[in-house]
Design a protein around this ligand. Structure first.
Ligand SMILES: Cc1cc2nc3c(=O)[nH]c(=O)nc-3n(C[C@H](O)[C@H](O)[C@H](O)COP(=O)(O)OP(=O)(O)OC[C@H]3O[C@@H](n4cnc5c(N)ncnc54)[C@H](O)[C@@H]3O)c2cc1C
Length: 296
């Protein structure tokens, strides 16, 4: 049976201001960005809208600006545009690597950072790494603009903290500090990057003498939202970050506190067991990148 879209209205506003206004005025309207997830959802009739507001050509959502401490990346920037951004390569190179691993060129040409985050599929690449590096989300609605830290943006499966009539306009990505590095290691169905069962992400800043000064470790697929492994982070701080330091720190992780899903792709038990394996690999990758010391 062919999957067909239900008939619906389509509008393509010329400005961000018009898009925000239409989103709050039109009943049951939804935003269309790259359409890589939404069109499938509509075809499968899992969800539906009366009107689609196409934001894919809004210039205001396309800019990548370099600030003193962070990059402001428009929500409408596609994966492909991000991969070719000199600014992002220079200031947060891991993001370029992570989006380059998403699907295939067709998806990367259309899919947007905003769409990936707002869809918030637990298998998506961006929520774990954006949470680990401390991204702040800029949302706009008829009542104005508000800033939402990643720890509050991703609420649950396919849910974010955006309110009705509110849209994501930009992501504020902290620039990589000196002696710092990021890591991202997913466990995927079939061993490729397609459909991440769990994904570990980490960022590390080393002290001048080489020990761990700051560390954030995040996992997705182990709970309804990206979660930080705070006990492990505490165990690592101030250590030299050697394998036995990591052994001791990861022994502090209470796997019983995780609440992973149990589905056709992996059992909850398997996911739980894989959390220390893949978060540790992400940590090791972050340490390696930080020690390389190329981001002064
Ligand atoms: C074959 C295939 C393979 C894929 N593989 C992967 C993969 O390996 N890893 C991965 O991470 N993703 C993968 N995806 C998903 C892909 O990354 C999507 O592009 C992404 O999930 C959604 O981005 P989009 O711009 O297409 O958003 P859309 O599909 O247009 O929108 C998705 C949702 O976000 C909302 N939305 C979009 N923009 C905004 C905004 N600015 N403000 C508020 N709400 C907004 C929409 O209303 C909709 O609800 C894959 C998709 C396909 C088709």
């Amino acid at each position: 049976m062919a999957l067909l879209l239900r008939e619906l209205e389509y509008v393509r506003p010329d400005s961000l201001e018009d898009a925000v206004r239409l989103l709050s005025e039109l009943p049951d309207a939804g935003l269309l960005a790259g359409g890589q997830s939404l069109i499938n959802v509509l075809k499968m009739r899992i969800g539906g809208y009366s009107t689609l507001i196409d934001i894919s050509r809004l210039r205001e959502l396309k800019a990548i600006e370099v600030g003193e401490k962070s990059l402001r990346v428009g929500a409408g920037v596609t994966y492909d545009e991000l991969m070719h951004s000199m600014e992002v390569s220079l200031h947060r190179p891991t993001l370029v690597d992570v989006v380059g691993r998403i699907a295939d060129p067709q998806v990367r040409n259309r899919g947007t950072l905003g769409g990936n985050c707002c869809y918030n599929d637990p298998t998506c690449h961006l929520p774990p790494i954006l949470t680990a590096i401390g991204t702040v989300f800029e949302a706009r609605g008829s009542h104005g603009t508000r800033m939402i830290p990643a720890s509050e943006f991703f609420v649950s499966y396919y849910q974010t903290s955006l309110g009705p009539g509110e849209m994501l306009v930009a992501l504020h990505v902290p620039k990589l500090k000196s002696r710092s590095g990021d890591g991202f290691v997913p466990l995927s169905v079939g061993g490729t990057d397609v459909l991440n069962i769990i994904a570990g992400a980490a960022t590390v800043t080393l002290a001048e003498e080489g020990g761990i000064e700051e560390v954030v470790i995040v996992v997705t697929g182990a709970s309804e939202r990206p979660i930080r492994l705070e006990s492990v982070e505490e165990g690592l701080k101030g250590t030299a970050g050697q394998p036995d330091d990591a052994d001791r720190a990861f022994s502090l992780l209470d796997l019983a506190l995780l609440d992973p899903p149990d589905d056709v792709h992996a059992s909850a038990e398997y996911r739980r067991d894989m959390v220390p394996v893949f978060t540790r690999r992400a940590l090791e990758q972050a340490m390696k990148n930080a020690r390389r010391g190329i981001h002064d």
